[in-house]
Design a protein around this ligand. Structure first.
Ligand code: PLP
Length: 229
């Protein structure tokens, strides 16, 4: 992203785990992380650092909402809350008013106005989720997030059964925790699966495509090699 924008003001400084420079930096913390689904914390923790927390997947159907967050700058997107990809609408909680103003200007210049269709669609999606939460408390209807949690649970169960039935692949193991939103013990069940090839297959992406399963191979990530999303 930084290379793409060709900014003279900042450049990609590498993976946070290996960052050891004594200079100003911005650390982007994606939690739950894409693509492995794990909860992440900032790890550089040096002076002169700014943190940006991307909580795109911090929704109760994917991960237990275990505590309130209180970061300087937090990013969210509508798309992951309900699975409506492509709207490209999100929001940010920003403590510093001046930073917020600059972000607003950046969005204005960068997008030349956010698509009206997307805005209407996002408003409709968010209203439906919100109405459903209200109905739940009034009529005992299952809330959108509880329903989505159950759906994700069923899908992960089927996927784990399929993967466990052979020796070729493995999936990450996740811990559970109390979700203060759903008011229950919840599993982490990411919106994507980080599948690891355990066998001799060199190119898992092609191998799976040959079986009509579309995945995205790991070419950029520094997490681990030979994995598919
Ligand atoms: C971690 C993370 N943050 C942000 C986004 C952006 O989401 P969108 O462009 O759908 O708003 C994505 C999309 O995949 C993502 O995985």
């Amino acid at each position: 992203m930084t290379d793409y924008q060709k900014s003279g003001l900042y450049k990609w400084g590498g993976d946070a785990e290996s960052f050891d420079k004594d200079e100003p930096y911005i650390e982007l913390v994606t939690s739950p992380n894409n693509p492995d689904g794990y909860i992440r914390k900032s790890i550089v923790n040096r002076n002169q650092g700014l943190l940006v927390h991307d909580l795109a997947y911090y929704w109760p159907q994917y991960t237990p909402i275990s505590s309130a967050t209180d970061y300087d700058l937090t990013l969210f997107t509508v798309s992951k809350s309900t699975g409506h990809a492509g709207m490209r609408i999100g929001w940010a909680l920003v403590k510093d008013r001046e930073v917020a103003k600059k972000m607003t200007k950046f969005i204005e210049l960068n997008t030349i106005g956010v698509s009206k269709d997307s805005q209407l669609r996002a408003a409709k999606v968010l209203k439906t989720v919100s109405d459903c939460e209200e109905e739940k408390s009034e009529n005992g209807v299952e809330s959108f997030f509880k329903y989505s949690y159950r759906m994700m649970e069923q899908r992960w169960k089927l996927l784990r059964e399929a993967v466990d039935s052979g020796d070729l692949f493995s999936l990450p193991k996740f811990s559970s925790a109390f979700c203060t939103f759903l008011n229950q013990e919840s599993e982490t069940q990411p919106a994507f699966a980080w599948l690891k090839c355990e066998g001799d297959i060199e190119d898992c992406e092609s191998f799976l495509r040959g079986h009509k399963i579309l995945t995205r191979g790991d070419r950029l990530s520094t997490i681990q090699t030979k994995q598919q999303q």
